[in-house]
Ligand binder design. Structure first.
Ligand code: S3P
Length: 447
């Protein structure tokens, strides 16, 4: 992949029409990993074309899981995101093992792959080594290592708690674990380990995070239960047991729809429908926040198959006002906060985001990245240790920005370019493919 600069020009016309976005990355990872553990075949329709999900499939294949890609020859309608496929995952079932290959399992740039697999592998009595691209080798893994060690696994990391990771799996026992950070990945890792543990595993999350893992576990026959606690926390319990393969229809990814929602909101005259987007409440914080700022977003539910809600999003251009976001809201829009900063630069008033320190340990430090990038385009933005402040509205100029090899920053800057006075050169634009192959071609329609 070229990591060099790409230039995005201002929009020459409104965004209009009907588009689809790639299917959900988080659900695709989970369907593949849980399918690998289940008995029988799991059919994943519209598996995400994201580079990160390809990393998960490659790791599962290296572990001996049968993965088959079925090409149904879907015609790629105009405006559709390309590359969705049907995947068959031949699960190893309760009596077989995932076997470590001689070389370390390579997770690419995907933190979700490494963290969720750590939990899935911890229950198998073998030694598994996992590594990844330099970007992944900087990300914190102690957050999964610590609960897995408490459950009885051996987990080694580099000094500083980063990968490579080595897991000595084996006899696990259930624990009650209160998440120190509100992370769906850590919750999922503990629950996946709990499938092979003795006794019940419980995870208490201080702020509810996306529950795709719980929904899929339940659909696959696991004894999983979630209870809301009086202080706003949520307690998820899981009893160990076998899973059965299921059919999963993956909806469009709300995190990939978000840049288009932002673009249609910002580019005057836009009127865009994004079809078939997942609307799990743990993922729709951006729609709620944008709506609060004045965005015109109609959510038109669709009859969906399977455990996840789905809707079409009808978005029209709107003028925006500032808002405030705190820790309780962050998990529901954690990947969309760079776009909130962009909307805020065009909104009337002072927008403040707090309780979002997790952004500093994503694919890049997204607080520094978005603030520096927007400032380079003329925005009035400031970093806070756990968030940012943006004062608007400001007319963005063209310029040069650095996406820090981070797909979410690259997409936020590409949308910023649409409403800038001149072209924006984005260093690392090609990284959009980590979650949204075809994003630039889709934007091409309005340039
Ligand atoms: C994800 C959860 C979030 C999110 C990431 C995907 C998931 O991370 O930022 O892109 O699939 O569970 P955390 O769980 O670390 O907050």
């Amino acid at each position: 992949m070229s990591a060099g600069p790409g230039v995005v020009a201002p929009a020459s016309r409104p965004l209009a029409g009907l588009v689809r976005v790639p299917s959900d990355k988080a659900i695709s990872h989970r369907a593949a990993i849980l399918g690998a553990l289940a008995g029988g075949t799991t059919v994943v329709r519209d598996f995400s074309p994201a580079g990160d999900c390809a990393a998960t499939l490659a790791v599962l294949a290296a572990l001996g899981v049968g993965i088959e890609r079925v090409d149904r020859g879907r015609s790629d309608r105009h405006g559709s995101a390309k590359g969705a496929a049907e995947i068959l995952v031949r699960g190893v079932g309760p009596d077989a093992r995932l076997a470590p290959p001689p070389a370390p399992l390579h997770c690419g740039r995907s933190g979700t792959t490494m963290r969720m697999l750590a939990g899935a592998l911890a229950g198998f009595p073998s030694r598994f080594a996992m590594t990844g691209d330099p970007q992944l080798l900087r990300r914190p893994m102690e957050r999964v290592a610590e609960p897995l060690r408490r459950m009885g696994a051996g987990v080694d990391l580099a000094p500083g708690g980063t990968p490579p990771m080595v897991i000595e799996g084996g006899a696990l026992h259930g624990i009650e674990y209160r998440l120190p950070v509100a992370s769906a990945q850590v919750k999922s890792a503990v629950l996946l380990a709990g499938l092979h543990a003795e006794g019940v595993t419980a995870v208490v999350e201080p702020v509810p995070t996306r529950d795709h893992t719980e929904r899929l576990l339940e659909a696959m026959g696991a004894a999983v239960e979630a209870v809301a606690l009086p202080d706003g926390a949520r307690r998820v319990t899981l009893a160990p047991g076998p899973l059965r393969g299921v059919e999963v229809d993956v909806p469009g990814d709300p995190s990939s729809a978000a840049p288009l929602v932002a673009a249609a909101t910002l580019v005057p005259g836009s009127d865009l429908v994004i079809e078939g987007v997942g609307t799990n409440p743990g993922r729709t914080g951006f729609l709620r926040v944008a709506g609060r700022m004045g965005a015109r977003i109609e959510i038109l539910p669709r009859p969906g198959r399977g455990p996840e809600p789905v809707a079409d999003l009808h978005v029209r251009h709107a003028s925006l006002t500032a808002t405030t976001i705190g820790a309780a809201e962050v998990p529901s829009l954690v990947d969309e906060l760079p776009l909130v900063a962009l909307l805020a630069s065009r909104a009337e008033g002072v927008t403040e985001v707090r309780g979002a320190e997790e952004l500093r340990v994503k694919e890049s430090d997204r607080i520094a990245g978005i603030v520096q990038g927007l400032r380079a385009l003329g925005a009035d933005a400031e970093e806070l240790p756990d968030g940012f402040v943006v004062r608007g509205p400001v007319e963005l100029s063209g310029g040069t920005v650095e996406a820090r090899a981070d797909h979410r920053l690259a997409m936020a800057f590409a949308v910023a370019a649409l409403v800038s006075a001149g072209p924006v050169a984005i260093d690392g634009l090609a990284f959009v493919g980590d979650s949204f192959p075809g994003f630039l071609e889709l934007l091409e329609g309005v340039r």
